[in-house]
Design a protein around this ligand. Sequence first.
Ligand code: BGC
Length: 372
Amino acid sequence: MKLLFRIALIAIVSMTMTGLFASANGEKTEATGAQKLSVGIILPTKDEPRWLQDEVRFRDALEKAGYSVEILFSQGDSARERANVEALIAKGVKVLIMTPHDGAAAAAAADEANRAGVKVISYDRLITNTESVDFYVTFDSFAVGKAFGEYLVKQAKGTGNNLYLYAGAASDNNAFIFFDGAWSALQPKIADGTFVIQNSSEAIALMNKAKLSRAELGKIIGQVTTNWDFNVAKNLAEANLTVANKDAKGEVFIAAPNDGTARAIADAFAADGDVTKYYITGQDAEKASVQYIIDGKQSMTVLKDVRILVADAIKAAVMYLEGKTPTATGSYANGAKEVPAIQTEVITVTQDNVKSVIVDSGYYSASDFTGL
Ligand code: BGC
């Protein structure tokens, strides 16, 4: 995955009309003054707070802009996702903003949209192996993974520190980029003995290799995948702890791929009497994880300011509707083409800056948390 980016400063679309918006799974809320925007939005699942964040931020932005659009969820099912795409095409949308459940499986749906003359914007996750993706709005996912690695490296003292690696779903292109980023920071410290990997023979076999190929990343991910599922994450962590001896416990360092899985994995490690202290990463700044950070149960998260991604996606969609082409700041190879892309920076959040970055910034309100 070649990244052709320089830091992009993103302007948040400022739209001033008031009104309303609508949607989700058929239910519509109408308010006065809303303009129907010929855009459809498809998000991967309601079962993870991350995508509910996006839904809320889309609704906020669209309401402010006075637009009404439809937001559908695929519930982790590519067939349902395809049906959502078809439903939106049938309703006459001209632009589709979509986060695929499975990047490769979504190619057929993107092709169908393309054949119907619909512009396809990949949102956060890349739709792969098709030329039918017109634009990609994303966070700097390599930086997300790198932040995991750098955080753990910073906490580790001496040598022989126990390291547990976990990854996202292999069907999600981002899972590879996150792991690649984490590996960039962790690998030198694995190679020099600072860390000892405790739960992946594939990662141990590759420990002296600074840059892994996609196939090599795939081997490790295959062994430590959570599939982005809290239960899978919990069961995998418990299975790892069951086979780990006492020396592999004590103080441990855990690279967890996102907040939902981090909480599940953290709970499993916390429940093991032989684990005396754990450091664990995450991303998304889900409210439950922000609370875990305040409570000292999760060590860090990476804030991906969804408002910026939403604003970029809407801005790109509006440009397509006006017959223009959105401005890219780089591109991502999706296996079939270089997809023009715009990328947003991310922020590491720990107990030290949680109040300023999450609350004082206005991202969430203080009343959502206790013990701040
Ligand atoms: C997103 C993460 C999210 C994960 C699981 C990734 O593609 O970038 O923010 O936590 O999917 O849904």
